[in-house]
Design a protein around this ligand. Structure first.
Ligand SMILES: *[C@@H]1O[C@H](CO)[C@@H](O)[C@H](O)[C@H]1NC(C)=O
Ligand SMILES: *[C@@H]1O[C@H](CO)[C@@H](O)[C@H](O)[C@H]1NC(C)=O
Length: 374
């Protein structure tokens, strides 16, 4: 036990120094919590600040997490998990209580700033077998009504984070974009409702999965440093799948009369292990190009300009299902205990000093077991 208090003092002095100079990032991050050894939320909040992150997206409304975010000035998005959609849809009182307990009380004491409430998480994903098709829109409407009745309807917007599998393109180019045929009517209703409330469309776009799912996918098209074979679509030229995918959505929206709707990217990122192309070098290549693009406010061919995006994800989650692949537990910018996994510049300007590690993490004493003889 060598002078722990001195060590603690030195490391926090460093952190304060660094926090004072941490340039702010143009992107937010997803903070998932499917971990067997969760970090203390206070440590994570400090990690966010030290890395210049000011927008965070949560998948639930855990009160321990929200308490740690109070009085930080951070923009917070809370979420309603899919398994609560039925409750929110079936009884208005459930939605009302959810909003009261998980939003209103933090807003009224001025301790938290919410911009969005996410209703469900990719509820229309094909692999969910239509389980949430009936409950998502009624839940959305009930949460919206509860926000309005609390006087927060203008300030806080409802969104439904959807996977990019809700649309595709028959022609293979963005202009062919259409919502998936089995949910086309539902998507028109959801979009119509969101639009009537001035809420944005939220989509999760994963160039890694485009590459992973298709052996013939041209590797360079998953990144942002140019390709020998751009896609030409009418007068537009696409050099990366992120832009092509995003504009496919713009076209799908256009076809249902919502081509002007704001689009937020709820998740985008690259894993570091667990599949071909899931490695540190590819992740650094992806984020390097992506963050530079975000800092430069390039946008896409159809939507030039500033974009709101949330990286996935902050920390490795070792309890995520590996059904989609072993890479699922390796999406973090940081390890489970808050150590940086990547050389990256979250500001996208080339001026930052890289990621800053979590401070104050406590470890259990090292222990091991041995096989019993026999
Ligand atoms: C508030 O959110 C938490 C965490 O997501 C959830 O467990 C709880 O049921 C919610 N409260 C209400 C009243 O629905
Ligand atoms: C969807 O259906 C498949 C095939 O019937 C099944 O294996 C899978 O468990 C189902 N998934 C869910 C989320 O219900």
């Amino acid at each position: 036990m060598a002078h722990p208090s001195v060590l603690l003092f030195i490391s926090s002095a460093f952190a304060i120094l660094h926090a004072a100079t941490a340039a702010s990032s143009p992107v937010g991050v997803n903070w998932g919590s499917q971990t067997s050894h969760p970090l203390n939320p206070g440590i994570v909040v400090r990690l966010l600040k030290d890395n210049g992150i000011s927008k965070v997206k949560l998948f639930d409304a855990d009160s321990w997490t929200l308490s740690a975010l109070r009085h930080t000035g951070m923009d917070v998005m809370v979420g309603i998990p899919n398994d609560q959609l039925y409750a929110m849809s079936s009884k208005y009182d459930n939605a009302k209580n959810w909003v009261r307990e998980n939003v209103t009380r933090y807003v009224h004491d001025g301790s938290l700033t919410f911009r969005y409430v996410a209703v469900g998480n990719e509820p229309f994903l094909t692999s969910y077998n239509s389980s949430f098709l009936g409950t998502t829109l009624p839940a959305l409407k009930n949460i919206q009504r509860a926000l309005e009745e609390s006087g927060l309807g203008d300030q806080i917007k409802v969104v439904v984070p959807l996977n990019a599998d809700v649309y595709d393109s028959a022609s293979g180019v963005p202009s062919g974009g259409l919502f998936r045929s089995n949910i086309r009517g539902l998507m028109a209703d959801v979009v119509g409702f969101l639009r009537s409330k001035n809420s944005p469309f939220m989509v999760n776009i994963y160039p890694f999965l485009s590459l992973h799912d298709n052996k013939h996918f041209p590797v360079d098209f998953a990144f942002f440093d140019g390709t020998g074979q751009p896609i030409i679509d009418g007068g537009r030229r696409y050099t990366n799948v992120f832009d092509a995918n995003f504009d496919t959505l713009v076209n799908a929206l256009k076809k249902i009369g919502a081509g002007d709707m704001e689009i937020i990217v709820g998740e985008v990122g690259w894993p570091t292990e667990g599949a071909d192309n899931a490695n540190v070098a590819s992740a650094e290549r992806f984020y390097g190009g992506f963050l530079k693009k975000m800092a430069g406010n390039e946008g896409t061919p159809m939507r030039p300009g500033k974009m709101e995006v949330y990286l996935f994800g902050l920390i490795d989650e070792d309890m995520k299902s590996v059904l989609p692949g072993n890479f699922e537990r390796h999406w973090g910018l940081f390890t489970y205990d808050g150590r940086p996994k990547l050389e990256m510049d979250l500001t996208g300007t080339g001026k930052s000093r890289g990621l800053t590690a979590a401070i104050g993490v406590e470890y259990q004493e090292a222990q091991w077991c041995v096989m019993r003889r026999g």
